[in-house]
Write a new protein. Structure first.
Length: 74
């Protein structure tokens, strides 16, 4: 015998959608801001270190040439 299950579907109410959206936004802001800040800080430090190492390796060249090769620190 094959038994069929009847699944009752509840319609999603608009107030549930709005509260879910607001909850998702709040959680996203709370968690997203520190993650973005740390990622930006990590990228900035890596980029600065790469630029400083390049400048150190090319320190015997004129400043204009070093800026062209390595880019500006800022």
């Amino acid at each position: 015998m094959v038994q069929t299950k009847t699944i009752e579907r509840e319609n999603i109410k608009r107030k549930h959608l709005v509260s879910s959206l607001i909850t998702g936004l709040v959680i996203g802001i709370i968690l997203g801001t520190p993650i973005g800040w740390f990622a930006h800080r990590f990228y900035y430090q890596q980029n600065l270190a790469r630029t400083l190492i390049c400048r150190e390796q090319n320190s015997n060249k004129p400043a204009a040439i070093v800026d062209e090769i390595c880019g500006s620190r800022f």
